[in-house]
Every structure is written in C-alpha cells, then in structure tokens.
Ligand binder design. Structure first.
Ligand code: TPP
Length: 287
C-alpha cells in the first residue's frame, strides 16, 4: 500500500486513470476522475478489508455499479495494495487482462462484473441479505439512477430495513449524452430516498476526508439502509475535462495527457510513473 493522505492517494489514482485511458485510447476518463475521491475514502478509510486477503470471509463488499468507470477502481485497488501496478498496463489493450468495464476475476478486489447499469444495487442488496453480518457498499452514477432496477432495489431495501446496505451516488450532474437534469431530472433526489425509508446524507464528493467522516457512522438512521449523495464534478482534477460531456467518451492525446499530469502535479513527490506515456496498439473500451 502506498503511504500518504487521502488527497495524495486520490492524486495518484487520478494519475493512473489518465495514463491507462491515454495508453489504451479508451473512454470514460471523466467518469473515473469523478469517482476517485469516493473510492479512495472507501478503500482507505471506510471499508473493513484486507488487501492481502481479498477473499477474507468477514470483509465488507465494494461494488462499482458504474462499471464503465473501472479505471478508477483498478487504480484504487493498486494504490491500496491489492495488486502490482504493472497489472494496469493490461487495461483495454490487445492481449490485455483488464477489460473496459469492471470484470470479476480479472484482479483481486473486484467483487462483481458491472457496467450494465442498474445492476449494482440489486446485486448488493442480495449480498446484504445473504451476508447480514457484513456491509455492502454500492457506488452508482446519477445517470444510472434512470434505471428502474435501482428504484426496485431501493424500495425493497427500505422495506426490509437493510441496515448493512450503503449506496453512494456519484452525483456529477452529467451522464453520457447530456446533463442529468435535462435527460431525466432526479430532483428532489434526497427526498425520494427518504420517502423509500433510507437514511440520507449529502457531502462534497471531492473531500475524501469528509466522505470518510460521513461514512464512519453507519447506518445513518437506525433500521434503515443508508445513501450518501456525493456532489461531484465529472472530470474532476483536470480543468479542461471538468464539467465536460466530451470527456465521457474522448481520450487524451499525448499533449493533453502531459498537460493533465502537470496540472495534477504528478512526479512532484518523487513517485514512479505507473505507465509509460507512449501509445500502444489498442482496443477501445465500449461505450
Ligand atoms: C443498462 C445500460 N444502458 C446503457 C448503458 C450505456 N451507458 C454507459 S455510461 C452511461 C451513462 C452513465 O451516466 P452516469 O451514471 O451519470 O455515470 P457518469 O459516467 O456520469 O459517472 C450509459 C447510459 C449501459 N452501460 N448500461
């Protein structure tokens, strides 16, 4: 595991995301940058896990339901010590081992195959019911909440008083083809979850210490599942990617990658470069 504060871990995760997406010429860099601080808070402070024992039967379960943001998960798992950084070189390239959506069995710590949106919460609910002594954390996108299966699971979890289920919504206000409020407005989002008998809190999703603090006392309300609505910015950390729909699908060229890394201040702490800058023959991640 690398040492440092949560923001330092998040910066290294962002560096790895950028290098992976650029090297493979794949998509969803804005998606991954949006979720970096949330994943770092979860995997470094909140979840009861042991990277040396990824199958530890008592562990908390983490599911990245917005599986198209898998570079953020892979980078966080490496940063946390689940695998050697070299594994990231196999992301979305010919002959590689890490797919463009989170895939179970490709790397220790990936608990489920996700990316077909709307399945993480029902899956997590099933796990929470089956393993009532363990906690299940499901990280979802806001656009993902357009899926009916999210609301079926939310209703059922509230009905069941499923205290060991925790949803985190990466509320970056943008989905793949437009602003969330224009495509399908979710507001009033907190009131909807409250009405379904969930304990609800809201947080700045780019303050990992605040995210960890919010998730340090669970459940938010006794006898209810918990949802943390995390206000985020798509593309966070790279100014020309922030709040931009373009970077859902676009990937940075060499110049853009160099500019992004410079803006993040990469290399200033004498860290290794996790992946080379050079391009490789690639297979694009699917949309
Ligand atoms: C069931 C399903 N329908 C459509 C898609 C295509 N798709 C990929 S990403 C995306 C938008 C996701 O938006 P959001 O959940 O807000 O995530 P963000 O990328 O903004 O973090 C869509 C519709 C999918 N992956 N799964």
């Amino acid at each position: 595991m690398s040492s440092g504060s949560l923001p330092q871990h998040a910066r290294r995760v962002r560096e790895r995301i950028l290098r992976m997406v650029a090297a493979s010429k794949s998509s969803h860099v804005g998606t991954a940058l949006s979720a970096a601080d949330l994943l770092v808070a979860l995997y470094f402070k909140v979840m009861r896990i042991d990277p040396k024992r990824p199958d530890w039967p008592e562990r908390d379960i983490g599911l990245l339901s917005k599986g198209h943001g898998c570079t953020a998960l892979y980078a966080t798992l490496v940063e946390r010590g689940y695998a050697d950084p070299k594994i990231l070189e196999g992301f979305a390239v010919d002959g590689g081992t890490l797919w463009g959506h989170a895939t179970w069995g490709t790397m220790p710590g990936v608990e489920a195959a996700t990316g077909s949106l709307g399945h993480g919460l029902p899956l997590g609910l099933g796990m929470a019911i089956a393993k009532s002594s363990r906690r299940v954390f499901v990280l979802m996108g806001d656009g993902e909440c357009d899926e009916g299966s999210v609301w079926e699971a939310a209703l059922f979890a509230g009905h069941r008083h499923q205290e060991n289920l925790v949803a985190i919504i990466d509320y970056n206000k943008i989905q793949s083809l437009g602003n969330t409020k224009d495509v399908l407005d979710l507001e009033p989002l907190a009131a909807k979850w409250k009405a379904m008998r969930w304990g609800v809190q809201e947080v700045d999703g780019h303050d990992p210490d605040a995210v960890a603090a919010a998730l340090s006392k669970l459940p938010f309300e006794s006898g209810k599942p918990s949802v943390l609505i995390a206000h985020t910015v798509k593309g966070k950390g790279v100014s020309f990617m922030e709040h931009s729909l373009d970077w859902h699908y676009k990937n940075p060229d060499e110049k853009q990658l160099a500019a992004a890394l410079e803006e993040l201040g990469c290399g200033s702490e004498g860290e290794e470069a996790p992946l080379p800058l050079k391009k490789r023959s690639s297979r694009r991640g699917s949309p």
